[in-house]
Write a protein that binds this ligand. Structure first.
Ligand SMILES: *Cc1c(COP(=O)(O)O)cnc(C)c1O
Length: 231
């Protein structure tokens, strides 16, 4: 199957999942997770109508930007970002989805201030409380959101999560539902520099479930590009 065929099939499944959940298909965006796929494949995905691309590594992002891989389509950063690399990402991407520490918020704000811009971000939540994953814990969120008033050059647009791999869809749903509830709770309060309209969750194996639970953005790699070849 070609990249375009894969995307067409995913769109159909996205639409079906949205309608089954009483939601509007246009309220859910498809972010192509492009890690380890070259500029040519990225261009094919954009031509086939993905809404945006998400990169994991700074080096790949920089190379593909130089190569005009994204053709003006929105680009997001979705991988772990080290504070010493924010200069290469802030102002270069439309959204940093993977903000996972206060130190990183400090560094992003400093760089955005220097550039005279406001950087949109999502806060990553370690919803399964896994040692191996980064992100804020559920309990840390209110405190960090209160502090967002100190970051005038950052706007929090929502939350992102990579839930644990679950052996069944009931367990999976529990994490997705918890994430959705967090966005509801945040919207019910008034935090400065916080405007929550994005809930980024769902990947190749579970995006239909994530949409059923309120995801507004799915990040899909394998189902678009095929299996990645790790060196
Ligand atoms: C790779 C990646 C994805 C996509 O994963 P697939 O299972 O290949 O769809 C989504 N989100 C993040 C943060 C990723 O690194």
């Amino acid at each position: 199957m070609s990249i375009a065929e894969n995307i067409a099939r995913i769109r159909e499944e996205m639409n079906a999942a949205a309608i089954a959940a009483g939601r509007k298909p246009e309220d859910i965006l498809l972010c192509a997770a492009t890690k380890m796929n070259d500029s040519e494949k990225v261009r094919q995905a954009i031509a086939a109508g993905v809404d945006c691309c998400g990169e994991n590594r700074v080096q790949e992002l920089t190379a593909k930007l130089a190569d005009n891989a994204y053709q003006g389509a929105p680009v997001h950063f979705i991988g772990h970002l080290q504070t010493n690399k924010v200069k290469q990402v802030v102002g270069k991407v439309d959204l940093i989805q993977s903000v996972d520490s206060q130190r990183l918020l400090d560094a992003i704000n400093r760089e955005a201030l220097r550039q005279g811009i406001c950087q949109d971000v999502l806060l990553e939540v370690n919803i399964g409380q896994e040692e191996s994953k980064s992100g804020f814990s559920k309990d840390e969120l209110p405190e960090i959101l209160e502090k967002m008033g100190d970051y005038p050059n950052i706007r929090v647009r929502g939350l992102m999560a990579i839930p644990p791999i679950c052996e069944n869809s009931t367990k999976n749903r529990k994490f997705f539902q918890e994430m959705w509830q967090l966005t509801v709770d945040i919207r019910a309060k008034k935090y400065d520099n916080v405007w929550v309209d994005i809930l980024s969750m769902g990947m190749s194996d579970d995006y239909a479930e994530a949409i059923a639970c309120g995801s507004t953005m799915i990040r899909v790699g394998t189902a678009i590009f095929g299996k990645r070849n790790y060196p």
